[in-house]
Structures are given as C-alpha cells and as structure tokens.
Design a protein. Structure first.
Length: 309
C-alpha cells in the first residue's frame, strides 16, 4: 500500500467536492425478509461497534473512540464470529442470516495516523441542525463529521446497512455482507483536540464553553463527533467547532475561520435558531440525514457507539 500521508492544504478542493457529491448516510435498508423485525434489546448486551469506514486519526488513535491499531500497512480485518441475530435466546441465529451484525460479529476497516498540521479535511454538520425545526426544551443532537480526501488515503472498508427498516434508526440492527471494498469511497478523520462551543449570539447563555468534543463509532461504523444538548432554551445560537490539528478546507454550512492566525482555517461556526414553539433554524442548506442509529452519548460523557455528521 502506498504511504498514507499528505501535506496540510492538500485535499481542500477535494474536500469541497466530497461535501457536494458524497452521501454519508450509510443507513440504507437491507433487502427485507418475511415477518416483522425485532429490536436489538438491551444495548448493554451488545459489543462495541466495528470501524467500517476508513479513518485517519490525528495525531494518532490514542484517546479516540477506536480501540484497534493503525499502522502504515493494511489494518483491515475480515468479519469473524457468527452471522445473524439470535432473537429468541435459543443460541441459534434466526434473523439477518446473511449479515455480520454490529455488536455481535467483529471486523475492521483500514485506518491511518497522521501528524498534526499535515491534513486538510471537509466538515459536514448533522442534518437536524440545518433542515429540522429546533425546539426549546427538546434535546438537540449536535453532530459533525470530518472527511479526508479518499484519493490520498486509498484504504479498504465495509458498507454497513440498516437491517430492520420498519424500526427507528436507534432500535435497528446494522450489519455488513462482509465484502471488502478497496479503496472505500469515503474516508473519515478524527482530531484528538477538537473542541465545541455553544452560546447565544449575545453571549447571555453559554451551553458549552470550548469543551472537548467527544466522538464515537456509530452503528454504520463511522467516526462522528456528537453532543447531546439537553433542555435548550429559545434563542439564536452560535455553534463553533475547532480542530487545532487539522485544517478545514470546506464545509457544507456555516463559516470557516482561522482561530490561531497561522493562515489555515481550523474553525467552523454555524448559526441556529431554537424556537420557543418549534421555530426554524438559520443553518443553511445541503445537510445529510443525521447519523444517529444506536449511537452512544459521545461528547457528553463519552459514549461508545456516530450519530452521524
């Protein structure tokens, strides 16, 4: 495999293209079978989600939601374990028999590590922040995903799909047919120093004061940053994400800026409106469906499961 590194600034244009052409949902439904689907049951009965979409960790994977090992070689691992899901507790899988299922089987996409200030990525917000009414008193999921240029990091991965199409995303099982795709068309990125700030535009209400922005591996196997904004009050807010170790070359919404004066944008700010009675928002257009299947509480207590950004 070619050396997986890139200079800071390389990939900015590619990042912009990614944000306008790539679907990041990964939550298409698998072909349906007979009978109603069954929910996965107690979350604690399942293992951690497998990394399925290749990811570049900056400055390394230590402290990230990914527990595997990244080297300069191919770190992808073929699926292993039992196919399907045992829904009646008799020890014999009886649903989704063609799929390796998250939390039951194990597999891994390839990954890489990159030094700080050597990578430029694109940022994409969770769609709920842009295209859904935000209501006072109703929890708001604040998610963002970072995207590296896949041509600079040609790594294999696995496509994971939603297996129970009639269930809510958070209640469904997710799985893969186990066919490795190389190179995978999407590459995520993780900055270990990312921070999140949420406050009203007049500064009167501070929800998150430049806190560490936690990430998770969600049920589709993507690394995504997420924060659960509890009991929001009405008003106009600035949501600011800073990635000190990677440059930001593009965003699907909001404004990019340079927080440390080094000439490289490393901050993205989005304006949203929380309505007292479900008013709209000011986040712009172009978002993707929020990636929240069986997600943890990443960024607010360190969940272990991508919401999706």
């Amino acid at each position: 495999m070619m050396t997986r590194s890139t200079r800071r600034g390389v990939g900015a244009v590619a990042g912009a293209v990614l944000l306008t052409t790539m679907s990041i949902t990964g939550v298409q439904a698998a072909p349906g079978g007979g009978g109603p689907p069954h929910p996965p049951g107690d979350e604690g009965e399942l293992g951690a989600n497998n990394l399925s979409v290749p990811t570049v960790f900056v400055p390394g994977s230590a402290g990230s939601p990914f527990g595997g090992t990244c080297t300069d070689g191919d770190d992808s691992v073929d699926p292993a374990g039992t196919k399907g899901v045992d829904t009646d507790g008799d020890g014999i899988p009886d649903e989704h028999l063609d799929y390796w299922v998250q939390g039951i089987a194990t597999w891994q996409a390839d990954c890489a590590e990159a030094a700080a200030d050597t990578l430029t990525v694109g940022a994409e917000w969770g769609d709920n922040l842009q295209n859904a009414p935000l209501k006072a008193g109703t929890p708001i999921r604040v998610e963002i995903g970072l995207f590296a240029d896949p041509t600079a990091f040609p790594m294999p991965g696995y496509t994971v799909v939603k297996l129970d199409p009639t269930l809510l995303d958070r209640e469904s099982h997710y799985g893969t047919l186990g066919v490795e795709e190389s190179p995978y068309p999407e590459v995520r990125a993780w900055d270990g120093g990312a921070t999140l700030d949420i406050r009203t535009t007049d500064g009167s209400v501070v929800v998150a004061d430049e806190i560490a922005y936690g990430a998770e591996v969600n049920s589709t196997g993507r690394v995504v940053y997420g924060y659960n904004w509890q009991k929001p009050v009405g008003g106009e807010y600035l949501i600011t994400v800073t990635t000190p170790a990677v440059g930001l070359g593009a965003t699907d919404a909001g404004t990019l800026s340079d927080s440390d004066g080094d000439g490289v944008d490393d901050t993205v700010t989005l304006v949203v409106n929380v309505g007292n009675k479900g008013g709209g928002n000011g986040g712009g257009n172009g978002g993707r469906p929020a990636d929240r299947p069986r997600g943890g509480n990443g960024g607010q207590g360190g969940g272990n499961a991508l919401g999706r950004g």
